[in-house]
Design a protein around this ligand. Structure first.
Ligand SMILES: [Co+2]
Length: 245
């Protein structure tokens, strides 16, 4: 894909690494309620018939015909998808994060009931997903994964990136979250606790990253421009560097 050429080594590794499968890792994550486990079992049943959906096959067929007839350039399609993955999609989440940084009452509502607080800004899932927002602090780092498929908080982040759907990320995020974070360029001190959140069809997690130092005088809009998709999945921190002041 167009965007992968300049992706960090870590992401490319997740795309190419044929390491461990995911069997048995759900228990290892050790943090699911019974309800989530039931949902997980249903997802797993569905996943075992892992043929592409009818819609996916039709889309692929259409794309092939358009490319074959020279009507579209595959690089253009990739560029559009990349835009939705990394630019347009995550802007909703970035606005949620920036508002939480500048408005203490909103932050409190967001952490207490993510679904309702996100809906206040006009974002919500048509499928009724429950949104849970988890806050990074100097002592706690949160990381989001879907161990079985690619459940993702799409109303606030758009389309999941390819690495998020890759088997190596899905398995290693649970087995070795610190190692995964290092490959994304995030090295955490030993005393920082890492929490891994396993998304389901019904519960989607969004990370509220730490507000970077040196941003005290920024407006909500300027802050939103700093917030990246990766930071809201928990594989990056938000940096004030390179900010449009
Ligand atoms: Co899933």
């Amino acid at each position: 894909m167009a965007g992968e050429a300049d992706a960090p080594v870590g992401r490319r590794k997740f795309l190419s690494d044929a390491a461990a499968g995911t069997a048995g890792l759900v228990a290892a994550s050790n943090m699911e309620s019974t309800g989530q486990a039931d949902q997980r079992a249903r997802e797993q049943d569905a996943g075992q018939q892992a043929a592409p959906s009818d819609v996916a096959l039709r889309v692929k067929a259409l794309e092939s015909i358009l490319v074959e007839k020279g009507m579209v350039d595959p690089a253009t399609i990739d560029a559009v998808i990349e835009t939705y993955e990394s630019k347009i999609g995550p802007r909703n989440g970035a606005r949620v994060v920036a508002k939480a940084w500048v408005d203490a009452a909103y932050r409190k509502r967001l952490l207490a009931d993510g679904t309702a607080a996100i809906a206040e800004l006009g974002y919500g899932g048509a499928q009724g997903e429950h949104m849970v927002v988890v806050e990074n602090t100097p002592a706690i780092h949160n990381l989001v994964v879907c161990t079985l498929c690619s459940c993702y908080p799409w109303p606030v982040l758009g389309l999941p990136p390819t690495w998020y759907k890759s088997a190596p990320y899905r398995s290693r995020a649970v087995i070795d979250p610190r190692g995964v974070l290092r490959e994304f360029g995030v090295t955490l001190a030993e005393d920082v606790q890492v929490r891994v959140w396993d998304s389901t069809a019904e519960i989607r997690y969004l990370v509220l990253p730490e507000r970077p130092p040196g941003t005290e005088r920024m407006t909500e809009e300027q802050l939103a421009a700093l917030v990246t998709r990766d930071a809201m999945v928990g594989v990056a921190k938000v940096s004030a560097r390179g900010a449009a002041a």
